[in-house]
Design a protein around this ligand. Structure first.
Ligand SMILES: [Zn+2]
Length: 376
């Protein structure tokens, strides 16, 4: 398992980069063990998702799901090369060790053993891309389940939960809003249309939407905060104080509790933009694009997927996680999903990110027992 993790971490798969080399390694590995797989490429061919399967290609199997991309290391102070796995006692240190190449390595290491078992239902391993950015890298396979591929009974997303079983998280939708105004000399502001002013009004609109959602009765006490949040996190615009700015772009996000329409704030902003634009010149524009989409997760605690996973993970109670995962995509596609993976999210996205060997072994045991449960 350590060897596989070392190889996975050595591929610099920061989301903005291609994951083709990593996928070639995984494909060679699967081929060497005669494990069938399919691939799905993005339109550029630079990003590859893989679905490997052991057992019969029939319905009611289980999907293990992990992403192959990692967050950047820029600005972080690492004590060693982030892409060279370092062993420090029982810790494996490297970018992606916990989020989530550790899980991917544990699953890949288990597949050859499971290949030899008399599985009556399949175990699929889905390795996606772009989870840390757009969140869409798992979608093509998820949409194929029950259509071109067998329909699994449930999915287990191996994001770090210290092998607890999470059944709910908030959704995350991120947007980029671009305002195009008209440049002019600052001495004659009326000759132009100030893009920063319009962006400022749009952000005030979002601020009001956030306040309304905070007061909304649709709360979920399992989360802190218990309400849907809206937040602007980045802005860029203008060139100098003495120029009426023609452009301003800002990025914002909605983190929605399950049951809240995660696209509603954007719909309202669009309506506000349309009304605002009618009073302005035709060249002025306000446009918003979705940059990330991970739907909320809320799986019924009584669902068989939850009791089975709790038993295999040797846990009594399900929990929730504060971050968004690809589990929401599965649920939206009608496939029950839980989040259960090795290591702590406290380590994710940090310098000297690590996972403990004991956690990886626990995850390996969990997958082996999951395989056993598919033999009956
Ligand atoms: Zn992750």
């Amino acid at each position: 398992m350590g060897d596989i993790l070392e190889r996975l971490i050595a591929f610099n798969t920061i989301s903005e980069r291609s994951n083709k080399d990593l996928s070639a390694y995984v494909r060679d590995y699967l081929t060497a063990y005669d494990i069938p797989f399919e691939i799905s490429e993005d339109p550029t061919g630079e990003k590859v998702a893989i679905l490997a399967t052991v057992g019969p290609m029939i319905n009611d199997g289980v999907v293990l799901s992990g992403h192959t991309d990692v967050v950047p290391v820029t600005g972080q102070s690492w004590t060693s090369d982030p892409f060279l796995l370092r062993r420090d006692g029982d810790r494996f240190v490297g970018r992606g060790a916990v989020d989530m190449k550790g899980f991917c390595a544990a699953a890949l290491a288990a597949l050859p053993r499971l290949r030899e078992r008399p599985l009556k239902r399949p175990l699929h391993l889905l390795l996606s891309y772009d989870e840390e950015t757009s969140g869409i890298g798992s979608l093509s396979f998820i949409e194929s389940f029950g259509r071109d591929l067998p329909r699994p009974s449930h999915a287990i997303i191996g994001e770090p939960t210290e092998m607890q079983v999470a059944i709910a998280h908030k959704g995350l939708v991120s947007y980029q809003t671009k305002v195009s105004g008209i440049a002019a000399h600052a001495s004659r502001p009326a000759d132009g249309v100030n893009a920063i002013d319009i962006a400022n009004e749009a952000m005030t609109f979002l601020r009001c939407a956030a306040t309304e959602l905070q007061a909304d009765r649709l709360k979920d006490a399992r989360f802190d905060p218990s309400f849907t949040t809206v937040h602007v996190g980045w802005i860029n615009g203008g060139t100098a104080a003495n120029v009426v700015p023609s452009d301003c772009t800002f990025e914002w996000e909605v983190r929605s509790v399950p049951g809240v329409d995660d696209g509603l704030v954007n719909e309202k902003l669009d309506a506000w933009a349309a009304a605002t634009l009618t009073a302005l010149q035709p060249t002025v524009d306000i446009s918003t694009t979705t940059t990330c989409m991970l739907p909320a997760l809320s799986t019924d605690a009584k669902h068989a997927a939850v009791s089975t996973t709790l038993r295999l993970a040797k846990r009594d109670q399900p929990c929730t996680v504060p971050y968004a995962t690809e589990a929401g995509h599965f649920q939206r596609a009608g496939i029950a999903a839980v989040v259960c993976g090795p290591g702590s999210v406290e380590q994710a996205h940090r310098p000297d990110e690590y996972i403990r060997l004991s956690e990886l072994q626990r995850c390996g045991d969990f997958i082996t027992q999951l395989g056993d449960s598919l033999c009956v």
